[in-house]
Structures are given as structure tokens and as C-alpha cells.
Design a protein around this ligand. Structure first.
Ligand SMILES: Cc1ncc(COP(=O)(O)O)c(C=O)c1O
Length: 383
């Protein structure tokens, strides 16, 4: 029996680390120190109270919870337009906003609407693995732009100019995962302008906005042709509710709507109601950020004395990208040993960069402060 090309999509290795960490936790004797999860980017805080209350009220009101329009609840789309105005001072027509099943649900819609099979889509390495895996499963060709500390692991126009042939698309993320670095507003503006002038469709993943320690700018403010992808998973702490959104250029609204009708019909109704309420919960969400800020500061101070001296500037998101080339040539084996000997789960860099990732490890610091303190103690002893 035939198996389709999509079935060959490589595993997202960090999820294998989660499985190994959970298995180890289950096998621990009672009273043994817990496994500390620094492998995934899942806020431990849960949805804000107002979002949960809105979902509960909707259930009690016995609202039908049917499909919504494929592009999402009109009230949520209007509210996100207001959010863009509040955060970035950018006016966006709500008709250009599409609600998706997480940012993850936005990627296949964006890629299918913007590209054909065989099209080449560039991105910096290290990268968020599903970009590559989704593109490949759709018959599109990822083109890697190797980056390092000299460009803060972000792409440059010179790298794009050097590509022959020119790519059909470019994915940028600022802050990015795994390196946690950002493009400055001027750099992002210049890249967006270059893409627009050269007919290269820019996809800007802004899922970590709100979790930044530098200045963030939305690509929607500067490019009429870019697709902006965002989500309620990170700043809004709602991973499992599976709601994201895209700001679409005019020419892709109808193509995305048609694709969304066929692929998903709609994002879950109740989760859209909760997401709309989450946009009113900034006090609670800002308190979460204060916890991340503290964890980030603690790790940046402690990691060098724990044998992780070479860190990317942690400008946003909740990741620290550590160069461990002085300790290993095999980040997967290193992470397995780290888990076995310290009970700390971290993500091997090879997931995000198949070449240089053997020399990197990603620590996620979105867990509770007590876990970060404990992790620092364990890493000091392990050194
Ligand atoms: C850079 C980036 N984009 C997109 C996603 C997907 O997020 P979601 O589908 O939960 O919105 C993630 C998740 O970790 C991510 O790190």
C-alpha cells in the first residue's frame, strides 16, 4: 500500500524529549526529585482567569457552539484589530484578520495560499522545525540561510541577495525560536521592504510578541504584502486552546478563506470566545511576564558559572540558546545525559539546525521560578 510523502515528515525531536522525560518521571521512586521541564515552550501559567470565565459562561448560556465563519468570530477579528492598534499603533481592517487553529494552523494556510509545490522558501538556521517539515510535506523547498552570533542568528539582506535563484518566500521570526533573538525594527523594516520590492512573499512569525526585552515592531506596520502569523499560545498562555491568527495581505484573504473552509471549517468556537476575553486580561498576563523576566535574569547570570558560557542574546521569547561545542559534538547524547544525571529536560539543538545544532542546547525558562532555581542548583553540581 502506498504511503504519502507527508508521512515522512521528520519527528519534532523536542517532543521525543518530552516523552523520555515523562517516562523517567513515571519511573521515579516516591520522594525522588522531580524532572524539571526546560525542553518545551509551554507556559506553566494556564489561560488567564478572564478567558476561563468567558468559556464557562458561554457553556452555561448553552450557546450552540457551532462552527464559526471560517475566518473566525467577527467580534474576535475586530478585537484583534484593536489589539494591533493598542500594541503597535497600526490600523488593520478586521477583514484582513483570519483566526486559525494556533499559529500552527496558520502555516499550511499561508504556505498553500502563497506558494506552489516546488517553490523555494528561505529562512535562517537555526529555525522552528515545523516550518521546514510543513513546507516539505507540501512539496515546497526550504532554503537555509546559516546564521550565527554575528547576525544574532537572524537573516540579513546580504544573505538574501546572495541566493541564486531568488527565493519565492522568506520566513522570519522576531523573537525567534530557538535562539530567542530579535531583528531590530530597522532591520525588519529593511527586510520587509526588500521582500516587497523583489516579489518575495514574507511570512513574519510574531508568536512571541509581548515576550520581548528589545523593541518589537509588527511587520504588518511596514509591509502590505507580508503575512503575519501570531497566536494566543505564548504571551496569552493558552497553548491547548489552539487559537492563533494571521494578518493577511489583501490578495490572500479570499484564498486563505477558501483553504480554511476546506481544511478546518473553523477554529474551535469556545476557544475563540476565551481568546477574545484573554485580550482583556493584561494585568494577569503582565504578571506572568514578570516571572519570565526574573527567570531569564537568574539563568543569564548563573549559566556561565555552570559551564554554559556561550549564550545567544536572550532578547525575547523564553529560550536560552547555548553553544555547548566545548562540551560535546552530539547535543542529543548531551541532552540524554543531562536528563539522566540531573533530571533536567532540555532540547537538543539538532532539532533546530541539522548542521550546527549538534553543538547547541535550548533551555526554555517558562516554568515556575522554583524550578529555575532548582535547575541552577542541579547544573552547578553537575558541572
Ligand atoms: C516560533 C513558533 N511559531 C509557531 C509555534 C506554534 O504555536 P501554536 O500553534 O501553539 O500557536 C511555536 C510553538 O512553539 C513557535 O515556537
Amino acid at each position: 500500500m502506498k504511503i504519502g510523502q507527508g508521512a515522512h515528515s521528520p519527528a519534532f525531536l523536542v517532543m521525543d524529549v518530552v516523552t523520555a522525560a515523562n517516562a523517567m518521571q513515571a519511573a521515579l521512586p516516591p520522594g525522588a526529585p522531580r524532572i524539571l521541564h526546560m525542553e518545551i515552550g509551554q507556559p506553566g501559567t494556564g489561560a488567564p482567569q478572564g478567558a476561563v470565565a468567558a468559556a464557562q459562561a458561554a457553556l452555561h448560556s448553552r450557546l450552540s457552539m457551532g462552527y464559526t465563519e471560517a475566518l473566525g468570530l467577527p467580534s474576535l477579528r475586530r478585537r484583534i484589530a484593536r489589539h494591533s492598534l493598542d500594541w503597535y499603533g497600526v490600523e488593520i481592517d478586521p477583514a484582513r484578520i483570519a483566526i486559525t487553529v494556533g499559529a500552527s494552523g496558520g502555516f499550511p494556510l499561508a504556505f498553500l495560499a502563497a506558494f506552489d509545490a516546488g517553490d523555494r522558501v528561505a529562512m535562517a538556521t537555526p529555525f522552528y522545525p515545523p516550518y521546514v517539515n510543513i513546507l516539505q510535506s507540501l512539496g515546497m523547498i526550504p532554503v537555509m540561510l546559516p546564521t550565527g552570533p554575528d547576525t544574532r542568528f537572524q537573516p540579513t539582506i546580504a544573505m538574501l541577495e546572495a541566493l541564486d535563484p531568488r527565493p519565492d518566500g522568506l520566513i522570519v521570526a522576531s523573537p525567534c525560536n530557538p535562539a530567542g533573538t530579535m531583528l531590530s525594527p530597522a532591520e525588519l523594516h529593511a527586510i520587509a521592504a526588500w521582500c516587497h520590492e523583489n516579489g518575495v512573499r514574507l511570512i513574519s512569525d510574531e508568536i512571541y510578541h509581548g515576550l520581548t526585552y528589545g523593541q518589537a515592531m509588527s511587520t504588518a506596520a511596514v509591509s502590505p504584502s507580508a503575512i503575519v502569523v501570531s497566536s494566543f499560545s505564548k504571551y496569552f498562555s493558552m497553548t491547548g486552546w489552539r487559537i492563533g491568527w494571521m494578518v493577511l495581505p489583501e490578495d490572500l484573504v479570499r484564498p486563505v478563506e477558501g483553504l480554511a473552509q476546506n481544511l478546518f471549517i473553523s477554529a474551535p468556537h469556545i476557544a475563540q470566545i476565551a481568546a477574545e476575553a484573554a485580550l482583556e486580561c493584561s494585568a494577569e498576563l503582565e504578571a506572568n511576564i514578570a516571572v519570565y523576566r526574573r527567570s531569564r535574569a537568574m539563568l543569564l547570570e548563573a549559566l556561565p558559572s555552570c559551564g554554559f558560557a556561550n549564550l545567544a542574546p536572550a532578547e525575547g521569547a523564553f529560550y536560552i540558546w547555548a553553544d555547548v561545542s566545548d562540551r560535546t559534538d552530539d547535543s542529543q547524547a548531551f541532552c540524554r545525559r543531562l536528563l539522566r544525571e540531573t533530571g533536567i529536560a532540555a532540547a537538543p539543538g539538532v532539532d533546530f539546525d541539522r548542521v550546527d545544532g549538534h553543538h547547541h542546547v535550548r533551555f526554555s525558562y517558562c516554568g515556575p521560578t522554583a524550578d529555575i532555581e532548582d535547575a541552577i542548583k542541579r547544573l552547578r553540581r553537575w558541572r
